[in-house]
Design a protein around this ligand. Structure first.
Ligand SMILES: O=C(O)C(=O)C[C@]1(C(=O)O)C=C[C@@H](O)C=C1
Length: 382
C-alpha cells in the first residue's frame, strides 16, 4: 500500500522576524483547554470503538474462549493502516504501540488472552509479549522454552512467545529444535530492539566484582565488558531476569539485563545501553494451535526434511524461485529421524493459502521426505 502524504504547502515569502518582545507566547491555559477537549473526544471514540469490537465479538457467535476471538491478520491490517496514515509528529512505533493497546483492551472485554513466555518477570521475552499483544493480557512466566511449548500444547496458555534469532548472536537453536517434533503453529513474529544495561543495587561501577547474565547477553556486550569490567567474574545464568534477581543480594554484584528488570528487582542502571551493536534486535515467534488466514503481507515458515544427497539444496530452493517467492532465511539442522537426514528451516514471503505458495509447497513435497508448514503469519509491524 502506498503511503498517502499531504501535498507540500504552497511556497510563501519567508516571514519577517518580529522583534523579540512582540512575539506572542502561546497561552498555557488555552492550550490545555484544547488538550482537554481532544482528550474528551478521544475517550468518547475509544468507548465507541470498544462497543463495536464487542459487537464484532458477538457477530463471531458463541465461542468457547478468548483465543477464538483473536484475529492476528485483522490486527496486522489495522496497524498497517495506522502506519500508512502516519504523517507525524509521533513516529510509527509509538502510534502502533498506542493502537495495539486499544485493540488489546477491546479484545480483553471478552476475556484476557493467556500468553506463556520465558520468565521470570522482566525478561526481554515479556517485553516482546507486551509489544505484540498489548498489556491487557494474562502473562504466564515459564521456566524454559520447552515449557512454553508444552503449556500452549496443553491449552493452559493460548499462545506462547519464544526467541528465535538475534541480530548479533544468530539463531536460538533450542527454539528451532522444538519445531522438529511439536505440532504447534507459528502465528506471528515480533522484532524487539534489545538494549542491555548494567544493573546493580550499589550506585557505583567500581564496586562490581561479579556480573550475572544469560550467555547471549554476555556475548552481546563482550567489547563493553572487556573495556569497563575486564576483571569482574562473569557468571552465566538461565535468564537476564534471574541475573537481576541474584544481583540484588549484594553491592559487589551486577546483572546485564533490560531496563524493565531494574524496575521489577529494584536495581539501578549503572550504565546503558551497553550492547556492542546499536541495532541489536531479537526476533521472537508467537506460537499457537492453529493457522490464521492471510493478512496481505505474510511470511511462511517451513520445515523440510531431506536426504543428504547431490542437489538437495537446489531442489529445496527451485520451487520458490519458479513461483516468484522470495526467501528470507534458510538454515539446516540435523533431522531427528535418521542419520544423514537434514531438516531445512525456511522463511519465505507469502501465505500458504495463496496460490503461488501452495503450488511451490506441493512441488517441494514431491521431492522432500516431509514438508511441515510451521505457520503463515503477518510480517512484524514497527
Ligand atoms: O475485528 C475483529 O475481529 C475484532 O475482534 C476486533 C479487534 C479490534 O479491536 O480491532 C479485536 C480483536 C481481534 O484480535 C481483532 C480486532
Amino acid at each position: 500500500m502506498s503511503k498517502s502524504k499531504k501535498p507540500p504547502a504552497p511556497k510563501q515569502a519567508p516571514a519577517r522576524k518580529a522583534p523579540a518582545e512582540t512575539v506572542a507566547k502561546p497561552d498555557l491555559a488555552i492550550l490545555r483547554e484544547r488538550i482537554d477537549g481532544i482528550d474528551r473526544h478521544i475517550q468518547q471514540l475509544i468507548a465507541e470503538r470498544a462497543q463495536f469490537a464487542n459487537q464484532v465479538g458477538k457477530a463471531k457467535g458463541k465461542l468457547a474462549a478468548a483465543v477464538d476471538y483473536y484475529r492476528p491478520e485483522r490486527e496486522a491490517q489495522v496497524l498497517r493502516r495506522v502506519v500508512d496514515r502516519n504523517d507525524g509528529p509521533l513516529n510509527d512505533e509509538v502510534l502502533v504501540r498506542l493502537f495495539r493497546e486499544i485493540m488489546s483492551a477491546c479484545l480483553a472485554q471478552q476475556e484476557p488472552l493467556k500468553i506463556g513466555f520465558l520468565g521470570p518477570e522482566g525478561t526481554h521475552s515479556q517485553q516482546a509479549v507486551y509489544k505484540h499483544f498489548g498489556h491487557s493480557i494474562h502473562g504466564l512466566p515459564l521456566s524454559s522454552i520447552e515449557e512454553v511449548f508444552q503449556e500452549v500444547e496443553a491449552g493452559h496458555a493460548d499462545f506462547g512467545v519464544v526467541p528465535v534469532e538475534n541480530s548479533t548472536q544468530g539463531t536460538i537453536q533450542s527454539t528451532l529444535d522444538m519445531f522438529l517434533t511439536s505440532r504447534l503453529k507459528i502465528c506471528g513474529e515480533v522484532e524487539l530492539r534489545v538494549h542491555q544495561h548494567l544493573l546493580s543495587r550499589s550506585g557505583s561501577i567500581e564496586d562490581i566484582e561479579r556480573v550475572y547474565s544469560h550467555p547471549q547477553s554476555f556475548a552481546q556486550c563482550k567489547a563493553w565488558l572487556r573495556q569497563y569490567l575486564p576483571k569482574a567474574e562473569k557468571i552465566p545464568v538461565s535468564s537476564n531476569a534471574e541475573a537481576a534477581r541474584r544481583a540484588r543480594s549484594s553491592d559487589d554484584a551486577a546483572a546485564i539485563a533490560g531496563i524493565s528488570a531494574a524496575n521489577v528487582y529494584g536495581l539501578k542502571s549503572l550504565a546503558g545501553p551497553i550492547e556492542d551493536r546499536p541495532d541489536n534486535t531479537t526476533r521472537f515467534l508467537v506460537i499457537g494451535r492453529e493457522l490464521f488466514p492471510p493478512s496481505g503481507n505474510d511470511r511462511t515458515s517451513l520445515l523440510v526434511f531431506i536426504k543428504d544427497q547431490p542437489g538437495a539444496l537446489y531442489h529445496v530452493l527451485a520451487p520458490f524461485a519458479k513461483h516468484g517467492l522470495s526467501m528470507n532465511r534458510i538454515e539446516s539442522r540435523p533431522g531427528h529421524t535418521g542419520l544423514w537426514q537434514y531438516a531445512f528451516f525456511i522463511d519465505i514471503g507469502g501465505h500458504v493459502h495463496e496460490d503461488a505458495m501452495r503450488r511451490a509447497v506441493e512441488e517441494l513435497d514431491e521431492y522432500a521426505q516431509e514438508v511441515k508448514v510451521l505457520g503463515s503469519y503477518p510480517v512484524a509491524i514497527a
